[in-house]
Design a protein around this ligand. Sequence first.
Ligand code: THU
Length: 131
Amino acid sequence: MNDRELLELAAAMRSRAYAPYSRFAVGAALLTEDGRVFTGCNVENAAYGSSICAERCALLKAVSEGVRGGFAALAIVGSGADYCWPCGACRQMLYEFAPDLRLLVANGRGESVSCSLRELLPHGFGAQAME
Ligand code: THU
């Protein structure tokens, strides 16, 4: 699975988004080092704060299937002209399980950039701080 394929999977997952309130569909695809992929989409709720982002959807699918580490990359594809940078809550959740995760962040035009989670969440609060 190369970066382009991972981005394509994430882009396709936008069709699964349940986003009647924002009308902003997001798809995500989380690749493990052994080649498995966990996909996600945003799922909104009439009580807006109960909504979940595509990134956390993908991460929680992995964790709930017993996969807690060995993550290689996460592709995130939004619907707008701007790159779909993960929100603060997603950055924090991802940091718990994959502080060195590589991110592929895309917009709705098929353009993408690569960065690391540590760049987006410097000095993150993680498991080591609780020791
Ligand atoms: N959203 C995501 O799923 N991921 C992001 O990185 C940014 C925002 C969702 C949350 C909400 O359903 C909609 O996009 C608008 O904020």
